[in-house]
Ligand binder design. Structure first.
Ligand SMILES: NC(=O)c1ccc[n+]([C@@H]2O[C@H](COP(=O)([O-])OP(=O)(O)OC[C@H]3O[C@@H](n4cnc5c(N)ncnc54)[C@H](OP(=O)(O)O)[C@@H]3O)[C@@H](O)[C@H]2O)c1
Length: 328
């Protein structure tokens, strides 16, 4: 990519999109086309076509999606399937129509079957039924990656298809109605310490195992793959190691200074029992994550504290020291 090439980034207000924009700007790319839902609703085909005709990007990072945790997925499966299908079909169709040279479409490891062997290899895709709690979101992701591969095979549009595991970090949501597990735990334990609570009750049994990647590693990985992977294969993007939710809760409790009791609401679903990627393909392409989980947790706790501090400053009329995207 040349520094002056027009580069589209969708989902620029989101956790991943915002960090990608920051990184590309810092790297000297001066012609970034960053869309937000306010200026372009990606579910609206006509608006998407008009936007592409007007701006004609050379490269595209398609990051936008309707994203949410297990509760949000269960509450609104229709929108997770329907919106995400529209977003991906509209974006890829427009990229092809205006001749975008290379497209990165961000996927997710939720594409793999519920019962697939662990760690999950890329070839396990479509080997069995999906996890029902986020089936709609996963189906839309699978349709998207297959559509991208079809554009590459049939029309030569180069596609880069990273499949990140659970992402956390800078600019994550802390809104319990839709946030992901790590930021939810940071909020729950930090608030418990602030409130002097002696118990935190968490969803599920704690035995489910998950793999986490810091958003800075996601951005580095996407940029690395954009330069080094263009054969249209999917590539897992993660550290290749997992922790149980109960171990994660223990780490976050320790880092926040929570010394009370952790109990588990086993009436709530665990989701897939284990989700850990095999990252051999990623390693072969020359990329490895850098931010250790405990370090990332410390950074996330610090960010949450800054958000809370800024809210207090706002509420008291003082000037906020930290700007944040969303606060629950
Ligand atoms: N977070 C994770 O753990 C995780 C894991 C694996 C893969 N991913 C993938 O990573 C990508 C980014 O996720 P994220 O965590 O950064 O999510 P996020 O913070 O919720 O950001 C999603 C972005 O997409 C935009 N968007 C959603 N619907 C849109 C629409 N109809 N039109 C235009 N923009 C729309 C959002 O705009 P608004 O701000 O206006 O809603 C936001 O900018 C997604 O493709 C997701 O599937 C995420």
């Amino acid at each position: 990519m040349d520094k002056t090439d027009p580069i589209l980034i969708t989902g620029g207000t989101g956790m991943v999109g915002a960090r990608l924009v920051e990184q590309l700007s810092a790297d000297g790319f001066s012609n970034l086309l960053v869309t937000t839902r306010n200026d372009l609703d990606l579910c609206d085909e006509q608006s998407v076509d008009r936007w592409f005709d007007q701006h004609r990007p050379r490269y595209a990072f398609l990051i936008a999606a309707k994203v949410g945790g297990i509760a949000a997925n269960i509450a609104d499966p229709t929108a997770f399937l329907s919106d995400n299908l529209k977003i991906v079909v509209n974006q890829l169709g427009a990229c092809h129509r205006v001749g975008v040279e290379k497209v990165l479409l961000l996927g997710s490891t939720c594409i793999y079957p519920r019962e697939c062997p662990q760690p999950m290899k890329e070839e396990y895709l479509l080997d069995g039924p999906l996890e029902p709690t986020n089936e709609g979101y996963a189906l839309a992701k699978i349709a998207g990656l297959r559509l991208a591969q079809a554009y590459q095979k049939q029309h030569g549009m180069k596609c880069v298809l990273p499949m990140p595991c659970n992402i956390y970090g800078t600019n994550d949501h802390f809104d319990l109605s839709r946030c992901h597990v790590l930021s939810a735990l940071v909020k729950r334990f930090s608030d418990a310490v602030t409130d002097g609570a002696d118990e935190v009750v968490l969803w599920g049994s704690g035995i489910a195992r998950r793999e986490f990647i810091h958003v800075d590693d996601v951005v580095d990985g996407m940029l690395h793959l954009f330069e080094n992977a263009e054969n249209g294969e999917i590539v897992n993007l993660g550290p290749g190691t997992d922790v149980s939710i109960s171990e994660l809760a223990g780490m976050i409790a320790e880092e926040t200074g929570f010394v009370g009791n952790i109990s588990w609401d086993t009436s709530r679903p665990d989701g897939m029992l284990r989700k850990c990627t095999d990252n051999t393909r990623l390693s072969q392409l020359g990329f490895r994550t850098k931010i250790a989980l405990r370090d990332g947790i410390r950074r996330t706790i610090l960010q949450y504290k800054q958000i809370c501090q800024a809210s207090i400053s706002d509420a008291t009329g003082a000037t906020a020291q930290t700007t944040t995207r969303r606060v629950a």
